[in-house]
Design a protein. Structure first.
Length: 150
């Protein structure tokens, strides 16, 4: 079933479709995983997320069935209720965002605004949660990489 894309993920370019996976433990930062297509993103979530997040083997079959029922066929239909339902299947992890780079750059959801605010605060920039400007895009993409890849 799983191709271990998440386990063997190579960070580098930020692609258009992404999700944010965050450990629930203190002091651990989350990681954005990015993909070229929506289909690839959804397939990885559907096929690998549970095992990657260490869902117990005796629970994985039922959790997999639930995940397939929860996950819509398009990221356009993913909202906070979907993310919350996915998180209930996981232990030690949460999925904080599933969407597009364009959404992070100029979207209006609370999560998209929070990520932009964190970017600006970390870089001591003005503008808080406003859309990312063309002059900021390279720095913003760099911000989306894990700290060890920046």
């Amino acid at each position: 079933m799983a191709n271990k894309i998440l386990e063997n993920y190579k960070f580098g370019d930020i692609k258009e479709y992404l999700f944010f996976l965050e450990p629930t433990g203190p002091y651990d930062n989350g990681v954005f995983y990015t993909f070229d297509t929506e289909a690839e993103l959804l397939k990885v979530i559907k096929e690998e997320l549970l095992s990657f997040c260490f869902v117990e083997e005796d629970e994985i079959q039922e959790a997999q069935k639930s995940l397939e029922e929860i996950l819509p066929n398009s990221i356009k239909h993913i909202d906070q209720s979907v993310l919350k339902a996915i998180d209930q299947l996981l232990t030690q992890w949460t999925v904080g965002y599933i969407g597009t780079l364009d959404g992070l750059v100029k979207g209006e959801s609370p999560v998209e605004k929070r990520i932009r605010s964190e970017f600006r605060m970390q870089n001591e920039m003005s503008g808080e949660d406003e859309s990312i400007q063309a002059s900021e895009i390279d720095d913003f993409k760099n911000f989306l990489l894990p700290e060890w890849e920046r």
